[in-house]
Write a protein that binds this ligand. Structure first.
Ligand code: OOB
Length: 554
């Protein structure tokens, strides 16, 4: 790790190792072991393309060979912005094999977000599709590199598909076939030198950088080590009883921590199961894959639940293989939780997690009331939970307070964000989640609110400040506040209250302006409301709760 990161104390690290949470293996080494243990089993399915564990291992070697040829190696950061295709997994393990660090960008991110990620991480390369969902990612990369001037950072852009003519752009296909390693290099019993599995990475090194939902200007980067992230995936896999028969369907964006490691893609691969990628989250696409591949586990955000329940009611699909359906990322209304299990013929599991670490799951044998009305309890016996009042002191069980947490897979500091870290953690290293919860005597948590200035639009996190700053760049807008208001489908939708010189731009015009500014489209306000002034609280902050109430009254 670099010295800019705060990390666990020596004593804590020793304790987590002694408990068996941290096993001292890199992801590159783990893949090698999986290939040895169950080489012939199917690891990954994308349409009619299939990879066994042995294939995946050999493919990681090929990608690694190509990456080394581009001068990418241990500790180098690489922004990965790929949709739900097998290539995400191939690239990810290829990067692990050379000890490089994937930065998990979302397909919806645009110039502002990607430019920020490249700058903060100091990424040497980006991996993007040519086009996806009507958007040209090569153009995005051209403008990101253009903004960085003559340095042309990132130096390399790997394109899955057609790379076009731009210098510095190479195709993934050319990279993985760069001049394949000799057969001896990929045979399981070949003698390997030190570092061939993982570029010499240390299990305590940062293995990947996740994005925070954020409450400040732009997303913060979350360093996750090999040791801590593998434990995250294994602890979730254990609660979900994953094994070699598990078939996981990746419906939500694959780079999202929920989909990737809770237990998701990594949990399934570490258990010897099969990962199937769904190219889109529609129930039709997903149900066809569930039928065809005999999927046993999948994960959803709350807005998808209603669509899935309705489509299942058509009776046209055989969902008999499905054992567990996880729902998380935002609050799941209790009525929806009660309908989902019977509709899909599967056990529902609520997931209250965060990219920063802590994962809470309801247990598969929890009584229905706990499954439907709580957001689960921590997956590790060493997750430390504090629920505190405004004075920072613990409140009694059953009372609401802010959730603070510390443990074997929860970060101790954001990446290169020393100033932010001073307030994001307590002096003794607890992460301040900004979530308001109640803890029940069973240890289950109920999420009742939030003190962070973030909007949760059906699982998509939007930092109000980031959008407000961009709204102010519109020539007509002189003051702005972005507020989340209750929404039937998404739980919350965004309303921008704006003070204007003259007539306010409508939502479409605002969306076009923000797109022009390079902001991800999902951050555009759902509604724009013109006001003559923004109400202030006693301490002079914008009073967002009174704005939300005002809107509900209208
Ligand atoms: C997941 O991760 P993030 O980092 O996108 O967002 C974390 C935040 C939490 O602090 C909380 O505010 C909210 O999302 N949240 C929930 C929730 N799950 C997440 N709020 C209410 N109920 C839930 N079930 O969203 C994430 C990461 C891993 C697994 C699942 C979700």
């Amino acid at each position: 790790m670099t010295e800019t990161e705060q990390t666990w104390t020596e004593a804590e690290s020793a304790r987590y190792r002694a408990a068996g949470h941290w096993q001292g293996l890199t992801f590159g080494a783990r893949l090698r072991r999986s290939a040895a243990a169950h080489g012939d089993r199917v690891a990954l399915v994308d349409g009619d393309r299939r990879w066994t564990y042995a294939d995946l291992d050999a493919e990681a070697d090929r990608v690694a060979f190509g990456l080394r040829g581009l001068g990418i190696g241990r500790g180098d950061r690489v922004v990965v912005q790929l949709p739900n295709r097998a290539e995400f997994v191939l690239v990810w393990f290829g990067l692990q094999r050379v000890g490089a660090v994937p930065v998990h960008a979302m397909p919806g991110h645009r110039r502002r977000e990607i430019g920020h990620l490249v700058r903060v991480s100091g990424a040497v390369a980006c991996v993007v599709p040519d086009r996806h969902a009507g958007f040209d990612y090569r153009e995005l990369m051209r403008s990101v590199r253009g903004e960085h001037g003559r340095g042309r950072s990132p130096r390399v852009v790997v394109v899955v598909g057609d790379p076009g003519q731009e210098s510095g752009f190479v195709s993934f296909e050319a990279l993985r076939t760069a001049s394949s390693p000799t057969p001896a290099d990929t045979s399981p019993d070949a003698v390997r030198g030190p570092g061939t599995d993982d570029g010499g990475a240390d299990p305590a090194d940062v293995a990947l950088l996740l994005l925070s939902g954020g409450t400040t200007g732009l997303p913060k980067l979350i360093p996750r080590t090999h040791d801590d992230y593998a434990y995250n995936a294994r602890a979730c896999a254990e609660v979900c009883a994953l094994d070699e028969r598990t078939v996981y369907l990746a419906v939500l964006p694959i780079g999202f921590n929920f989909t990737f490691a809770c237990p998701g893609v990594l949990g399934t691969l570490l258990a010897g199961g099969t990962v199937v990628v769904a190219p889109d989250p529609s129930p039709q696409t997903a149900f066809a894959l569930i039928e065809q591949e005999r999927v046993t586990l999948t994960s959803l955000t709350p807005p998808l639940v209603t669509h899935w329940v309705n489509e299942a009611a058509s009776g046209a699909w055989d969902l008999g293989s499905l054992v567990v359906v996880q729902v998380g990322g935002a609050r799941l209304p209790e009525e929806h939780a009660r309908k989902l299990g019977p509709a899909l013929g599967a056990t529902v599991q609520q997931v209250f997690g965060m990219a920063e670490g802590l994962i809470n799951l309801t247990r598969l044998d929890d009584p229905e009331d706990l499954v439907c009305a709580t957001q689960g309890r921590p997956v590790s016996p060493d997750d430390e939970i504090l629920v505190v009042g405004a004075d920072g002191r613990p409140v009694p069980d059953g009372s609401a307070g802010e959730l603070l947490t510390r443990g074997p897979y929860t970060l101790r500091g954001y990446y290169r964000a020393e100033e932010h870290n001073r307030t994001a953690f307590t002096p003794d290293g607890h992460y301040r989640t900004g979530d308001v919860v109640r803890r029940l005597p069973t240890g289950h948590l109920v999420v009742v609110g939030r003190i962070k200035d973030q909007i949760n639009r059906g699982g998509e996190k939007i930092a109000a400040v980031e959008v407000e700053e961009q709204l102010l760049t519109h020539p007509a807008i002189t003051a702005a506040a972005l507020v989340g208001v209750p929404d039937e489908r998404r739980g919350e939708r965004t309303v921008a209250f704006v003070v204007c010189d003259g007539e306010a731009p409508d939502a479409r015009e605002v969306a076009a302006h923000l797109r022009e500014r390079g902001l991800a489209p999902y951050k555009a306000p759902d509604e724009v409301v013109q006001v003559t002034g923004l109400p202030l609280t006693a301490v002079g902050k914008v009073d967002k709760s009174s704005l939300a109430q005002e809107l509900l009254r209208r």
